[in-house]
Write a protein that binds this ligand. Structure first.
Ligand SMILES: Nc1ncnc2c1ncn2[C@@H]1O[C@H](COP(=O)(O)OP(=O)(O)O)[C@@H](O)[C@H]1O
Ligand SMILES: [Mg+2]
Length: 311
């Protein structure tokens, strides 16, 4: 390990039971992307096949690694891959998939209304988030298997919480749809019986798809609680501390495991009251410190030199 001193950037996961999925969360500009990239490099050096993926629609992981990234994981170093998924393309794929399903299952006359609804939904911010969630669930399903570790850069706190609640939110909607479908197929059977056709119940492919989606989201929510850890990154400033405390409370309440906190960009003479407050509040999760560097730590060489010390 090329670190100067202290523990490596990837080491925080040890205290958290070496969770296979690691989220770096926190306020903008604190160093989530930097720490995610550094953690990815450190894990890869331990011999773990690692994917670092950005879920921030305004990607900067490529800038941190000083390389161009795209939808497909790109090899950065031995055992390390990184990706910046294209959320807009994912939205287009998702809308197309839902439209195709609807065409296959719904009466032609309501399709114009369905398409208007989808166009509206596709333009909303919720769709981008939902498409990013799908991409993240895809990546989570490849751990273990394709990857030993998945490092996620910048999933804002609200987004993480909504991911956990998505299966629950989806359920009433799915149940409603399922009941409607069951009534519809019941009516079909009745009509078929009247005209003397087959009254055999048929499998409903749309219903089956909706249920499969719910199972998938439920599995993802469970894995987030069991196999993921959130490492909050903060800088020694009062306002950042206050926001980080709220994020920690909300995440813990929702059932996320919190890993060691990273206190980043610590100047030579930090506000000792803030550092003490960080110690009081986050000591139980473990605290890793990273000094404020004169030079921005970008590119694998500099990122490998990031060394975290215990507070
Ligand atoms: N320890 C540090 N010392 C100096 N600059 C840092 C340090 N950590 C991060 N930076 C720089 O701060 C800026 C914000 O970091 P970034 O990782 O993009 O934050 P975030 O992803 O939380 O928005 C970047 O220019 C990054 O290079
Ligand atoms: Mg970032």
């Amino acid at each position: 390990m090329a670190a100067d001193e202290g523990v490596a950037a990837g080491a925080p996961t040890e205290g958290a039971g070496a969770a296979p999925i690691i989220f770096f969360g926190g306020k903008g500009g604190v160093g989530k992307t930097t720490m995610a990239a550094a953690a990815g490099l450190a894990l890869a050096e331990e011999g773990l096949r690692t994917l670092v993926v950005s879920t921030d629609p305004a990607h900067s992981l490529g800038d941190a690694l000083e390389t161009r990234l795209g939808d497909r994981p790109r090899r950065i170093a031995e055992n390390l891959w990184a990706a910046e998924p294209d959320a807009e393309a994912a939205v287009r794929r998702r809308v197309k998939q839902v439209t195709d399903d609807a065409y296959a299952a719904l009466p032609r006359e309501i399709m114009p209304a369905v398409q208007r609804h989808l166009a509206h939904a596709a333009a909303g911010p919720g769709m981008t988030e939902s498409a990013l969630n799908d991409l993240l669930v895809d990546a989570m399903e490849e751990v273990p298997g394709q990857w030993d570790r998945l490092v996620v850069d910048s999933a804002p706190t609200g987004h993480l919480l909504r991911m956990l609640h998505l299966p629950a939110l989806l359920t009433p909607w799915l149940e409603g749809l399922a009941r409607q479908r069951e009534r519809a197929t019941g009516a079909d059977r009745f009509a078929a019986g009247v005209v003397g056709g087959s009254a055999e119940p048929e499998a409903d492919p749309l219903l089956e798809k909706l249920r499969a989606r719910r199972r998938r989201l439920e599995g993802a929510a469970r894995r987030l609680r069991e196999d993921a850890v959130v490492q909050l990154v903060l800088v020694p400033r009062r306002m950042v501390l206050a926001e980080t405390e709220r994020a920690a409370d909300e995440l813990a309440e929702a059932g996320f495991r919190l890993g060691p906190v990273v206190l980043n960009q610590v100047p030579d003479n930090p506000d000792s009251a803030v550092v003490e407050a960080v110690r009081q509040r986050f000591g139980r999760y473990g605290i890793r410190c990273c000094p404020l560097r004169a030079e921005e730590p970008t590119g694998p060489e500099r990122l490998r030199r990031i060394a975290l010390s215990q507070l």
